[in-house]
Write a protein that binds this ligand. Structure first.
Ligand SMILES: [Zn+2]
Ligand SMILES: [Zn+2]
Length: 137
């Protein structure tokens, strides 16, 4: 595991035991929603409130350490901020996976057609993962 104490400091965030545990959980799962985070945090910090978890998450989002991944009709998941990537979402088992896509064509074209200077793209592909496809065979 990376030295998140130092990394948090570089983001101007205090490295509290709860935060470090939170980060550990997010790193382990890749993407996690608030319910699952809260559930696992409760095991180690029985008196922690959902509001505190949200407060910590939001502070880390504000500083850019964490990124929100919004999924239509589903709970938002959180991930440690990485290089720009797209997501694959399975509508059967709700798995969320990272995928690198070359979207430079899309960005250039959209920019040309709209006059916008594109600063960010959020791309989520919905479908059925390989495992779920195999199950229904
Ligand atoms: Zn699936
Ligand atoms: Zn991701």
């Amino acid at each position: 595991m990376k030295d998140y104490k130092e990394i948090l400091k570089s983001y101007n965030l205090k490295a509290t035991p709860q935060r470090l545990y939170l980060i550990d959980e997010i790193e382990k799962s890749g993407h996690i929603d608030i319910d699952n985070l809260y559930k696992s945090l409760k095991i180690v910090f029985p008196y922690i409130s959902l509001a505190t978890v949200y407060k910590n998450i939001n502070a880390m989002i504000d500083n850019g350490f964490l990124t929100e991944v919004k999924i239509p009709h589903n709970k938002t998941r959180y991930e440690i901020t990485k290089n720009s990537h797209a997501h694959l979402f399975c509508i059967e088992c709700a798995e969320l996976k990272d995928i690198i896509v070359d979207n430079s064509w899309l960005i250039n074209n959209t920019s040309k057609n709209s006059g916008y200077k594109i600063t960010n793209t959020l791309i989520t592909f919905e479908g059925i993962c390989q495992a779920c496809q195999d199950k229904s065979k």
